[in-house]
Design a protein around this ligand. Structure first.
Ligand code: 6PG
Length: 471
């Protein structure tokens, strides 16, 4: 198929690029891949098999010339300088109207800069979050593209074909302009951090507080995955808890080091939320807990110096009751986390002119991605009914679902406090809810203090104006 004009080009045939390319070929779109490593270029072609319209090359000229105009070229290379390097090498060969798509986890200000620079040369640049890991890329990811709306039409047939499907609907949609796609993926990852931390805390309280053994814990997560908690992250947790380490015969998870790593997308979510003044405490806390986990030596020392005697106390809740309470508490905290992330998207869309539609975001998160979950159908409905919803907690159904679970949320946290087991992500998920629904916060006192020591002035509740008092 050397002379074919390929429908699509892929640069970077690592795990994600290769699998996306095979996915595209499976859907009978012709695709050519570029990788400087001849082994990778050859491997993808062999893997696609005879008769599939997929080919690999190491020649950038051949690659660009083989793609149908306007060209659609996706890059899956590490975020940062490699993206700029690939753009620089392609640019002299491209023509106005061609489209470049960055499918990596790029930092959204980088995307914003690239959109402006390339648009000036007539090239449409898309930042597109791709979620779902290796399997998702191969069999159906969730894809979050942002960029030029008209140019998206050139990409739509391929993307809709290869995306995950839920009830026949593809988990991809044009999200908005500029860096909207990378931004939405960044917040997706922030929510991912939050939910992963919540799962870890739930596991910890059930294990150390409730005394559930490995089999019981595994059964709980398996059971939860058949409930309103059904989600990819709960599902894989059940699988993970089953896995036995061949060497020790113990559960593999118990021999894995508790120092958590991260690539940075969660931190970016928190940093930008602070810039925009949007509270996302569960996500912040998830980032912090990965940081605390790194101080292993200090934690070991502190565990001896500051022993947790409360853990041995015989405060007991009947195990089944605790599991039920935890299920409701988890649902509460998970929804609180989605609410925070979506509120951040609302504010960011306004601040950066993305033009996001949150019902579309919820729709494409229902399948393919790491945070896919049954509850996203309700979340989608909430935004469909009211696209201007400032916060998910204000949706009547979501709100009443949370009120129904509030008592169990408190019960679980009381136990955590009594046992000295840290559940900070659960705690701030509740505090976010409690603070958000408080008509008068004690921040009036903060205003008074600011005025007292710095003459920073305050506003009154009973009349307009700016006031200062000689305290
Ligand atoms: C996805 C994942 C993916 C990646 C994370 C891991 O949606 O497929 O989010 O993007 O696995 O970036 O992030 P950390 O290394 O920061 O945990």
């Amino acid at each position: 198929m050397a002379n074919l004009q390929y429908e699509f080009g892929m640069v970077g045939l690592g795990v994600m690029g290769r699998n996306l390319m095979l996915n595209i070929a499976d859907h009978d779109f012709s695709v050519i891949g570029l990788d400087l490593d001849p082994l990778k270029a050859a491997a993808v072609q062999a893997e696609a098999g005879e008769g599939k319209p997929a080919r690999g090359t190491t020649s950038i000229e051949e690659f660009v010339q083989s793609i149908r105009k306007p060209r659609a070229i996706m890059m899956l290379v590490p975020a940062g300088n490699p993206v700029d390097a690939v753009i620089d090498s392609l640019l002299p060969l491209l023509e106005p109207g061609d489209i470049l798509i960055d499918g990596g986890n790029s930092y959204f200000p980088d995307t914003e800069r690239r959109v402006v620079e390339l648009e000036a040369q007539g090239i449409h640049f898309f930042g597109m979050g791709v979620s779902g890991g290796e399997k998702g890329a191969r069999f159906g990811p969730s894809m979050m593209p942002g960029g030029n709306r008209e140019a998206y039409e050139r990409l739509r047939p391929v993307f809709e074909a290869i995306a995950a499907k839920v009830d026949g609907e593809p988990c991809v949609a044009y999200l908005g302009s500029g860096s909207a796609g990378n931004y939405v993926k960044m917040v997706h990852n922030g929510i991912e951090y939050g939910i992963m931390q919540l799962i870890a805390e739930a596991y910890d309280l059930l294990k150390r507080g409730g005394g559930l053994n490995d089999d019981e814990l595994q059964a709980v997560f398996e059971d939860w995955n058949q409930s309103e908690l059904q989600s990819f992250l709960i599902e894989i947790t059940a699988q993970i808890l089953k896995k036995v380490d061949d060497e020790t015969g113990q559960r593999l998870v118990s021999v894995i080091s508790d120092r958590a790593r991260s690539k940075g997308t969660g931190k970016w979510t928190s940093q930008n939320a602070m810039d925009l003044q949007v509270p996302i405490p569960t996500i912040d806390m998830a980032v912090l807990m990965r940081d605390i986990s790194k101080y292993k030596e200090e934690r070991v020392e502190a565990s001896k110096l500051l022993p947790n005697k409360a853990l041995q106390s015989d405060i007991k809740t009947e195990q089944q009751e605790l599991v039920n309470q935890m299920r409701n508490a988890f649902y509460f905290a998970m929804i609180s986390t989605y609410a925070q992330g979506l509120a951040q998207l609302t504010v960011a869309s306004e601040a950066y002119n993305f033009g996001l539609q949150l019902q579309e975001v919820a729709k494409i998160w229902r399948g393919g991605c790491i945070i896919r979950a049954a509850c996203l159908s309700d979340i989608r409905s909430a935004y469909e009914q009211n696209p201007q919803l400032p916060n998910l907690l204000l949706d009547p159904k979501v709100g009443s679902d949370l009120l129904d679970r509030l008592e169990d949320m408190r019960a679980v946290l009381k136990m955590a406090i009594d046992k000295g087991i840290a559940m900070p992500a659960f705690m701030v998920s509740l505090a976010y809810f409690d603070a958000y629904r408080t008509e008068v916060l004690p921040t009036n006192l903060i205003q008074a203090q600011r005025d007292y020591f710095g003459a920073h002035t305050y506003e009154r509740v009973d009349r307009e104006g700016i006031f200062h008092t000689e305290w």
